[in-house]
Design a protein around this ligand. Structure first.
Ligand SMILES: N[C@@H](CCC(=O)N[C@@H](CS)C(=O)NCC(=O)O)C(=O)O
Length: 201
């Protein structure tokens, strides 16, 4: 099994953490989709990472599909709860966390354009999404150890990867106003799967 990825991709990090948590062996293949010599479109028509290449040559994308696949082939330790309502809650957390990443990546890319071409209203719109996502996560996490129920799940992985990406690409003092998220982030950092996948600066 190969994982086509980049070390800074928060979506790929979700998959890398799931693979480590489940102790599934895989071969990481670094391929930066923005580079001219990328082969990512050969494996995902959308040209995005992560892509999982199975031993039979077939490919899986995107990160949400890959993690659900891993959950099926290696159910333990479970990253999804057994209860149906709790499963939906986990997927909702993942959607919120991934949406935060989408907005942060949009801001990061917009800011890389020449200053005269940057759309400040567009950036402000994305910043609003980030601020509201952080506030919603903080509200729903307050007083709890994990995002859903009383155990670590895919929801915590997705939130941890989103916050890690924010620190990497749009550093801001979010911890002060979001103590529950800050505590979750610190707790996650103690897990080897998180510590081993911290994105390089
Ligand atoms: N929803 C996708 C998002 C994947 C994604 O946007 N990956 C970025 C890297 S962090 C990418 O490959 N971007 C290249 C592009 O958009 O052309 C997932 O969860 O896997």
């Amino acid at each position: 099994m190969q994982l086509i990825m980049s070390p800074t991709s928060p979506y790929a990090r979700k998959v890398r953490i799931a693979l480590r948590e489940k102790d599934l062996p895989f071969e990481p293949v670094v391929d930066i989709p923005w580079n001219d010599d990328t082969h990512v479109p050969d494996f995902n028509p959308l040209g995005k990472i992560p892509v999982l290449r199975l031993d039979d040559g077939s490919t899986l994308y995107d990160s949400r599909v890959i993690v659900q696949y891993l959950e099926q082939v290696r159910p333990a330790p479970a990253l999804m709860p057994a209860d149906a309502a709790a499963r939906i809650a986990v997927l909702r957390w993942e959607a919120l966390a991934d949406g935060l990443v989408d907005a942060a990546a949009t801001v990061f890319l917009e800011r890389k354009r020449p200053a005269a071409m940057q759309d400040n209203a567009w950036i402000a719109r994305q910043q609003g999404k980030i601020a509201r996502a952080l506030a919603a996560m903080e509200r729903d996490l307050a007083g709890r150890r994990w995002c859903v129920g009383d155990s670590f799940s895919l929801a915590d992985i997705a939130v941890g990867c989103a916050l890690g990406y924010l620190d990497l690409r749009l550093p801001q003092p979010w911890r002060e106003a979001h103590p529950a998220l800050a505590a979750l982030c610190a707790r996650l950092g103690e897990r080897s799967a998180f510590a081993e996948t911290v994105p390089p600066q």
